[in-house]
Design a protein around this ligand. Structure first.
Ligand code: NAD
Length: 244
């Protein structure tokens, strides 16, 4: 188990892609702390995964958009762990179906609050810990939509994910001297609650299928393992060949 002895923090770990990442990292031997907004879902995921990998995961109800809540959580909980070796910034929201002029400042604030500031809040807290530990792995979950402008009527979502891709490159350069790798994954369509209402036509995907959350978790696992130690600043596409 290549991640034994490691501790990971995953945001949005109680369903969809985040849940698959939590389970995969636990399977590889890591302790996994995850943040999700819904306490009941957190408890359920904790129970299900700990049944397979005893005591591997703990979930916490923390809103990543709320800087004070994140900082309080780090002061109260993260301090109990010797190190946090892995951060996966996965939590995200997507409010579709508004044209650009209909997206209000409140909409922008809500989307950027989770998808960009959520990333900033967790990463800001974890960097000093990773520097002290002389290394670490950070992975952001971005989106194909930011690379190809694939979703009309979701400018706030696309803008937030484009910011995350830029942040990945800048942080990778800044943190390379500390042996901290910073990468992103850019999923296309993944079968989760987020895409339930989208009626995705799988025939437009060259490989003919949407990704499952486990497909994204495999890529994240690669990026947090030593197998990818020379990779930093990259965004790995996982989209079945869509918009190649
Ligand atoms: P989902 O809606 O199924 O899950 C989202 C997760 O984020 C949940 O665990 C939820 O609790 C958590 N979350 C939301 N707001 C939060 C907050 N303020 N604080 C803490 N946690 C919060 O979505 P998903 O499809 O699993 O998406 C996961 C990530 O993948 C998102 O960043 C999303 O933008 C990205 N993504 C998804 C797809 C797709 O097709 N599903 C494609 C590209 C990118």
């Amino acid at each position: 188990m290549s991640l034994s002895g490691k501790t990971a923090l995953v945001s949005g770990g109680n369903r969809g892609i985040g849940r698959a990442i939590v389970e995969r990292l636990a399977r590889e031997g890591s302790k996994v702390l995850f943040l999700g907004r819904n306490e009941r879902e957190n408890r359920q995921v904790e129970a299900e995964i700990n049944r397979l990998y005893p005591d591997a995961v703990r979930g916490f109800a923390v809103d990543v958009a709320d800087e004070a809540a994140v900082n309080d959580w780090f002061a109260a909980v993260a301090e109990q762990y010797d190190s946090l070796d892995i951060l996966v910034n996965n939590a995200g929201i997507c409010q579709l179906s508004k044209s650009f002029t209909e997206v209000s400042d409140a909409d922008w604030a809500a989307t950027l609050g989770v998808n960009l500031y959520g990333v900033i809040h967790l990463t800001r807290q974890i960097i000093p810990r990773m520097k002290n530990a002389h290394g670490g792995k950070i992975v952001h979950v971005a989106s194909l939509a930011a690379e190809v402008g694939g979703i009309a009527t979701a400018a706030d979502y696309v803008g937030s994910k484009a910011a995350v891709i830029g942040l990945t490159k800048s942080l990778a350069r800044e943190l390379a001297p500390y042996q901290i790798n910073v990468n992103a994954v850019a999923p296309g369509f993944v079968r989760t609650q987020m895409t339930e209402a989208m009626a995705v036509d799988e025939s437009i995907i060259p490989l003919g299928r949407m990704a499952e959350p486990e497909d994204i978790a495999s890529a994240v696992y690669f990026l947090v393992s030593e197998e990818s130690r020379c990779i930093t600043g990259t965004t790995l596409d996982i989209n079945g060949g869509l918009f190649m």
